[in-house]
Write a protein that binds this ligand. Structure first.
Ligand code: SAM
Length: 249
């Protein structure tokens, strides 16, 4: 079972090796933080999954860290936009890794077809309710070990929904975790001072934040998936009304 305590224990055991590996991997914009990747690795623990399916590669920061930190795991990375200038950047940095497969297509369709029982999944695009729909689809149909969703900071659609409907979710912005591992993100702060904030401002997360959704066979993920549609629709309606009431005239 994945808990914050198990993540803290695993992270403590892995941080030195992780820091040595990460030291050779420069930070890329749009990328996950180093502390977030240690969090993912610590959540997976000793029995590493045979495969990790990634949705949303961009310039390949997460893919590069996954490939280097999980050499025994096959990384299947799906990116939607084959014409993005990010494509050659990711291809060049990932070329040395034989455990990475770079795929193109829509994750909403491809990822549930790729994931097998026991795999891990990292979603970093699409975002918002689509990310949640993809996560619940995979959890309902594929029985992965865990699904990780990036950009689940306080105030995000993802976090608001998960806090309300999936209380067992774990987050990389947990104070006990950040107090120990924020130091890993100095290179990110050097590029973007706002990317990982240590000021603990109320209502604001430390950084973009990874959520960990461990697979629970008792959960009705199909019904959570339906609920994301209803919540997305009701958010759209109430935002529309608010805009209309707030608009002049
Ligand atoms: C924030 S970036 C990913 C950053 C990357 N994980 C890293 O750490 O460097 C989001 C990416 O998700 C991709 N994306 C968005 N929706 C997608 C979808 N439905 N299927 C596949 N990729 C998608 C975007 O094209 C974009 O490149």
């Amino acid at each position: 079972m994945i808990t914050l305590d198990s993540i803290l224990a695993q992270a403590a055991a892995r941080v030195d090796t992780f820091a040595r590996t990460a030291a050779d991997i420069p930070y890329e914009r749009k990328g996950v933080l180093y502390s977030e990747m240690l969090f993912l690795q610590a959540a997976l623990g000793d029995a590493l999954p045979p495969r990790l399916v990634e949705s949303g590669r961009a310039r390949g920061q997460s893919t590069h860290l996954l490939a280097a930190c999980l050499p025994g795991t096959q990384i299947l990375s799906v990116e939607h936009d084959p014409d993005s200038p990010d494509v050659p950047v990711a291809a060049a940095r990932l070329a040395p890794f034989s455990n990475v497969k770079l795929l193109f297509g829509d994750s909403m369709v491809m990822v549930p077809e790729l994931v097998q029982p026991g795999d891990a999944v990292l979603i970093d695009g699409p975002k918002g309710y689509r990310a949640l729909r993809l996560a619940f689809d995979v959890l309902a149909r594929c029985r992965p070990r865990a699904v990780f969703i990036h950009d689940c900071g306080l105030g995000s659609e993802e976090r608001t929904f998960l806090d309300r409907h999936l209380p067992g979710t774990l987050y990389s912005d947990a104070r006990a975790y950040i107090e120990r591992y924020a130091f890993l993100d100095e290179p990110c702060r050097a590029v973007h001072p706002d990317s990982a904030r240590l000021d603990h401002e109320a209502g604001r997360s430390y950084g973009p934040t990874v959520a960990c959704l461990p697979f629970d066979p008792q959960r009705d993920y199909a019904s959570l998936r339906r609920r994301t549609r209803v919540t997305a629709l009701s958010d759209r309606i109430s935002n529309g009304i608010r805009r209309r009431l707030g608009s002049p005239g």
